[in-house]
Design a protein around this ligand. Structure first.
Ligand code: AMP
Length: 172
């Protein structure tokens, strides 16, 4: 099965110049989605981790499935003002704009091992911000895992500069 067949490119969405990869057809096809999660699970076995951190909002989908398959805890990195109690915050630049992420200050035990997960790696700003949040919480980033890596945007270089390992299921 070729997962890319289920990830159509939508030119100029949500802004001119962005080649948006749409995960909706993959999610809508039970066999393709299950196949993708099985493959991501296999890749996750390269890491030793206690928690999967999912990034709002499409990262939640893959992180939830992996946490269940791996029998690990799920931690949410959310957009501002969504999480109750004290939070850590990080701002970052996106391929299309800027944004912030937050995690709860009391959710990750000190020194726990966290695998960061998102759907797409583009410039890497999102995953670096998520890594900074985990480090602020006193936990360890063991690595990152994404469904799709857009290699020309060099996100892997940005992660490598921060000593953050990457595994991606598909590279385009
Ligand atoms: P970046 O921080 O530049 O690596 O961007 C990654 C985040 O933005 C992920 O959460 C993706 O969901 C989203 N994203 C960035 N570029 C694209 C794209 N071309 N297609 C789909 N999602 C994208």
């Amino acid at each position: 099965m070729n997962i890319l067949d289920y990830l159509p490119t939508v030119p100029d969405f949500p802004k001119p110049g962005i080649m948006f990869k749409d995960i909706s057809p993959l999610l809508a096809d039970h066999r393709a989605f299950t196949y993708a999660i099985d493959q991501l699970y296999d890749l996750s076995n390269f890491y030793d981790f206690d928690y999967v951190l999912g990034i709002e909002s499409r990262g939640f989908i893959f992180a939830t499935a992996l946490a269940q398959a791996s029998k690990k805890g799920l931690v949410l990195a959310r957009k501002p003002n969504k999480l109750p109690r004290k939070v850590y915050s990080e701002s970052y630049g996106l391929e299309y704009g800027t944004d912030s992420l937050q995690i709860q200050q009391d959710i990750l035990p000190n020194d726990s091992k966290v695998l960061l997960m998102d759907d797409v790696l583009a410039t890497g700003g999102t995953l670096v911000a998520a890594a900074n949040l985990v480090r602020k919480a006193g936990a360890n980033v063991v690595g990152t895992l994404v469904l799709l890596e857009i290699t020309e945007l060099m996100g892997n270089n940005k992660l490598a500069k921060e000593n953050i390992p990457l595994k991606s299921l598909i590279q385009i």
